[in-house]
Design a protein around this ligand. Structure first.
Ligand SMILES: Cc1cc2nc3c(=O)[nH]c(=O)nc-3n(C[C@H](O)[C@H](O)[C@H](O)COP(=O)(O)OP(=O)(O)OC[C@H]3O[C@@H](n4cnc5c(N)ncnc54)[C@H](O)[C@@H]3O)c2cc1C
Length: 417
């Protein structure tokens, strides 16, 4: 079934009886050519591109919960291509280009909104860093502009320009950045993969990875043994636990990141705003809720709920930057588990076990990576060679120290990235 304006009209006139489920609910087969562990954005996108780009359709995505229940449905939906370091910048540039054609490609409304991102800076050092970043982004072929305080004020008048502690000097603007509805992205990829023959298996937890003679032969699951010559891990938030099933230890520490939504308000914020001081990012959803977040909860945990000090910090940052929203009521908050690498950059690579692949370490920035991660991971799984856009995401950089991409320049401390 294809979605179109004509289809909506027809269904509207005929009692909406013709809509179908977005994907099937098949029983697991005893064997596939490849299985993907994790039905988040990355796992589903990988399945989609394996089928679309490489003709691999005898594959399954194994999801222990439901589609959209992981981080893909918990993030603050920001999509951008404003990375600084080689290795990252070409990858996220590639990803944004995929985002720009994604809804047509998937025939699915992911509510992609290129409303622009403004990274507000507060002092000379931050301004220097923003200018360097803008130059790197432009050299990469993407768009970036530096706005003065007056230009920013004209664009976003409601910021606290009278705050002496966090004076606003200007902002780095990327107009092509924006937001996409996070769980719709998962549904769109799931539907696209299913339409190409991929089995999406929900409530199917992987409990073991079977190997023989240094080669993977399948996985044990809550729905029985499934054999496969290729097993691809895409279990964000649980990467270390899943890799441990094959005896692997990853350079990853898992932390909680919280997000918050206010009650619905009239449109007041047209862009995605981020503030270097107080580390706050905020946008407004189409329903009117302000969607925002800040730092990680700074201790390792697998509990997908956050602590109160970080709630307090985030609200204080809101009040410092946007005091006008002080009377808005907070509607909901939640947490997701972030797999943090020491350099803050991800991994898409083979492992030491033949046929076992790793996609992990997306820290708090993997939503924007979803299409490119899926495409590059699919390329690796199908050809056993890295995709050129993800060539830098090697696992052995943490062993050798060569090729680290420390985007934040905070050193090898997981919780600081
Ligand atoms: C509060 C918050 C805000 C964020 N904001 C942004 C943002 O604005 N922009 C951005 O780019 N990124 C953001 N992120 C990060 C982004 O959401 C993640 O990096 C990304 O979603 C991770 O990839 P995924 O979608 O595949 O993860 P997930 O959706 O978590 O997918 C992994 C899946 O693996 C499944 N799984 C785990 N173990 C097993 C098992 N043993 N067997 C079977 N299945 C298993 C899980 O159930 C899960 O569904 C944010 C994250 C959070 C929590």
């Amino acid at each position: 079934m294809r979605f179109s304006g004509w289809r909506v009209l027809r269904e509207g006139l005929t009692g909406n009886r013709g809509w179908q489920g977005h994907w099937r609910d098949p029983d697991p087969k005893p064997e596939y050519d490849a299985v993907i562990i994790g039905g988040g954005g990355h796992g589903l996108a990988t399945a989609y591109y394996l089928a679309k780009d490489h003709g691999m359709t005898n594959i399954a995505v194994l999801e222990r919960g439901y589609i959209g229940g992981g981080n893909v449905g918990r993030n603050t939906t920001i999509v951008r291509a404003n990375y600084y370091l080689p290795g990252n910048s070409e990858f996220y540039s590639h990803s944004l280009k995929l985002w720009e054609g994604l809804e047509q490609d998937l025939n699915y409304n992911a509510m992609m909104s290129q409303r622009g991102i403004l990274n507000v800076f507060h002092n000379d050092a931050q301004r220097d860093s923003a200018v360097r970043r803008a130059n790197a982004i432009i050299n990469q072929g993407d768009d970036a502009e530096i706005l003065s305080r007056d230009q920013l004020r004209e664009m976003v008048p409601l910021l606290n320009y009278a705050n002496n502690r966090f004076p606003i000097q200007g902002a780095l603007l990327q107009r092509r950045a924006g937001t996409a509805r996070h769980d719709a992205v998962a549904w769109g990829f799931a539907r696209g993969a299913d339409q190409r023959g991929v089995d999406i298996l929900q409530n199917c937890e992987v409990t073991g990875i079977r190997t023989e003679g240094g080669k993977v032969i399948g996985v044990e699951t809550s729905r029985g043994l499934i054999r496969a010559g290729k097993v691809a891990m895409a279990a964000a938030g649980r990467s270390s636990q899943v890799a441990a099933m094959a005896g692997l230890t990853l350079p990853i520490e898992s932390h909680v990141l919280q997000a918050f939504v206010s009650e619905g308000l009239k449109p007041i914020i047209d862009h995605v705003l981020t503030f270097a001081e107080g580390h706050l990012y905020i946008s407004q959803s189409d329903k009117g809720g302000l969607v925002f977040g800040s730092y990680l909860d700074l201790y390792a945990s697998y509990a997908a709920r956050g602590n109160l000090p970080m709630v307090e910090h985030t609200m204080e940052a809101c009040m410092a930057m946007l005091p006008t929203i002080g009377k808005a009521r907070l509607l909901r908050s939640w947490g997701g588990i972030m797999d943090m690498t020491p350099d803050g950059s991800p991994i898409i690579d083979r492992t030491s076990i033949d046929g076992l692949y790793l996609n992990a370490g997306w820290c708090y920035g993997g939503f924007k990576a979803t299409p490119a991660s899926g495409q590059c991971y699919a390329h690796l799984i199908a050809t056993d060679r890295p995709h050129e856009a993800a060539a830098a995401f090697r696992l052995d950089r943490f062993e050798t120290g060569h090729g680290l991409m420390d985007e934040e320049a905070t050193g090898a401390q997981h919780n600081l990235h």
